[in-house]
Write a protein that binds this ligand. Structure first.
Ligand SMILES: C[S@@+](CC[C@H](N)C(=O)[O-])C[C@H]1O[C@@H](n2cnc3c(N)ncnc32)[C@H](O)[C@@H]1O
Length: 212
């Protein structure tokens, strides 16, 4: 039953969304064209679906890079007229940053300009920046090492409210890419009865929190 639902979701976001929701599809494509290929249109459409479904008051993103997913989600909050987004990234503290498309935090600032007031930029290591607020929508896409993903899950998911959700990028089986995300997720959220698997589109996997 769940496998069928997942197949249907994938089929919708990969093949049908562009015809069923052409304007939304174009908007997502436009947002992605300002940033880069680090996340696919299909995956961004899935995040968009998540924000519209959960209508979160507080969105926390761990790992924003140059703002593709951040601007997509902030754009949705702005359209819905509610909520606030927190973008946590090493930004200029990322010593490897220049090897990943230059000073990406400058692209981030530029990309996010239309969403001033809808988001807050938090510069630092997700493991050490202070956080103590309830979260309705958590998107994890920062440190992709297995201890890094596990630490992000351990630190931030207790703040996710029952009825809220956790999305993660790069949940992949491939050994040479980011199966470390998969290992961390399989050891934690996947076997935690407080979470229900919502589905997976591309490498974005989503869970709903059922209870504390
Ligand atoms: C894959 S990119 C994020 C892509 C972005 N979510 C998107 O879809 O456009 C990963 C980002 O995580 C950030 N990052 C890595 N380790 C981090 C950490 N410990 N704390 C905060 N950010 C971190 C990097 O600086 C990088 O910008």
């Amino acid at each position: 039953m769940r496998a069928n639902w997942n197949r249907l979701q994938n089929y919708y976001f990969r093949k049908l969304a562009r015809y069923v929701q052409p304007r939304e599809y174009q908007r997502v494509k436009e947002i992605r064209s300002r940033t880069g290929p680090q996340i696919s249109v299909t995956e961004l459409l899935y995040l968009r679906w998540g924000v519209r479904t959960f209508r979160p008051r507080t969105v926390v993103e761990l790992g924003s890079f140059n703002g593709a997913s951040t601007s997509l989600m902030a754009d949705q909050l702005k359209q819905l007229g509610t909520g606030k987004m927190y973008a946590i990234d090493l930004f200029s503290q990322n010593t490897e940053g220049r090897g990943h498309g230059g000073d990406y935090w400058k692209v981030f600032d530029n990309t996010m300009q239309p969403y001033t007031g809808w988001f807050e930029k938090i510069e630092g290591d997700s493991k050490t920046v202070p956080w103590n607020q309830p979260i309705d929508f958590l998107f994890i896409d920062g440190d992709h090492s297995e201890p890094g993903v596990s630490a992000d899950i351990a630190k931030y998911t207790p703040f996710v409210q029952p009825g809220g959700c956790v999305f993660l990028h790069d949940y992949l089986d491939s050994p040479e890419t980011n199966s470390r995300v998969k290992t961390a997720v399989d050891r934690t959220l996947m076997r935690d009865p407080a979470y229900r698997l919502l589905g997976q589109v591309g490498s974005v996997i989503a869970f709903k929190k059922l209870r504390s």
